[in-house]
Design a protein around this ligand. Structure first.
Ligand code: ADP
Ligand code: TRP
Length: 332
């Protein structure tokens, strides 16, 4: 029996942080054991944000290296660059003919910008480019092109998956055939749970992130910056209301968690000690991937080759979807 397809895209807009790793990279790689996994670097999506060509190229390479370092096995996962699969853009154009403008008006990113403009008394579409406005259509094309059953994403992306469904249904309905498969979102229970240095959700937008591959010394230094309260060493501490412990829970084994919890409750433990324990737990998980990452940074040709081989296989699948589509719509 054919395995179901899991597909997700990663925008190369910055180095992944611990939140991305726990909320997205790790669960997607776990799914790859049971699903036919198709994961790609969404470089055309990043173009909306990154207009410096060297930076876009470097980020694409670094994010690809990060996934490989975290354990993505290119023999198991189809791994490619969105821009190497031009069928994506043909499908996106076709989907536009089935997308009401009103649907795009409701997309979160666009709505947030126009609302901000309204509040500031600016023209509604100030600073809005069509790339941002049509972002959900391009994302729908990424998904529908590969017959995805499941799309592992964070909660913030759920609306985009719903839109991909709406657009696909409208196209299928018109031709009375299931030309495009309807995808389901897959959200993981930890999504949004990884807190940053200040206790808010770890995010690039809050500038509170711990980058995934910080060298050891920098990692320790960054962890020491996590905000804690001013309790003295002697005082017992509450593990359930503590930024250090909530990160510890994500990285430590349950036995390590019980041990540190007991130390919190007993008193006599300073924040420096708790942070050191956190550093050890994170470092234990990330030491090997970090080494692999720095090794891969020196092997750009190897990473490029993996992406190109992936693209070739991806185009095989994509061209089948496109010929199915072309036949159905009368453009073949
Ligand atoms: P950021 O908020 O830093 O810009 P992205 O929006 O690029 O992160 O998120 C990429 C993926 O990582 C998404 O699937 C998202 O749900 C997941 N993710 C981001 N931040 C966290 C977090 N703090 N905890 C868990 N998952 C997260
Ligand atoms: N929009 C997603 C994000 O910001 C990235 C993305 C692009 C994506 N195309 C996709 C995710 C297709 C899943 C499927 O994180």
């Amino acid at each position: 029996m054919n395995k179901k397809v899991s597909l997700t895209g990663i925008k190369p807009t910055g180095m992944p942080h611990l939140g991305n790793y726990i909320g997205s990279i790790k669960p997607a790689l776990e799914l790859a054991h049971d699903y036919d996994a198709r994961y790609f670097i969404a470089d055309y999506h990043a173009l909306n944000q990154i207009k410096d060509p060297v930076k876009l190229k470097d980020m694409t390479f670094e994010v690809a290296a990060a996934w490989l370092a975290c354990g993505l096995d290119p023999n198991q996962v189809l791994f490619y660059r969105q821009s190497d699969v031009p069928e994506t853009f043909e499908l996106a154009i076709a989907l536009m003919a089935f997308t009401p403008k009103g649907l795009m008006n409701r997309a979160h990113a666009y709505k947030a910008l126009t609302q901000k403009n309204a509040e500031e008394g600016n023209p509604l579409d100030d600073g809005v480019n069509i790339g941002l406005f049509t972002y959900p259509i391009l994302m729908a094309a990424d998904i529908l092109l590969f017959d995805a059953d499941l799309v592992p994403v964070g909660n913030d992306q759920l609306q985009h998956i719903e839109m991909a469904n709406d657009i696909a249904q409208s196209l299928n309905f018109n031709y009375k055939t299931e030309i495009l498969k309807l995808p389901q979102p897959f959200t993981h229970k930890e999504a949004g749970l990884v807190v940053g240095l200040d206790g808010r959700k770890m995010s690039k937008s809050y500038n509170n992130e711990i980058s995934l591959f910080l060298p050891e010394k920098k990692l320790r230094k960054t962890i020491m910056k996590i905000v804690t309260n001013s309790q003295t060493i002697e005082e017992p501490k509450d593990p359930d209301n503590c930024n250090v412990f909530s990160l510890y829970k994500v990285f430590a084994t349950s036995q390590q968690q019980s041990e540190l919890r007991a130390k919190y409750l007993a008193g006599g433990m300073g924040w420096g000690h708790a942070k050191e324990a956190l550093f050890e737990a994170i470092n234990a998980q990330l030491k090997a991937p970090r080494e692999k990452y720095f090794e891969l940074l020196e092997r750009r040709d190897y990473v490029d080759k993996i992406l190109l081989e992936g693209a070739e296989k991806a185009r095989d699948i994509a061209s089948q979807t496109i010929s199915r589509l072309r036949k159905s719509i009368g453009i073949d």
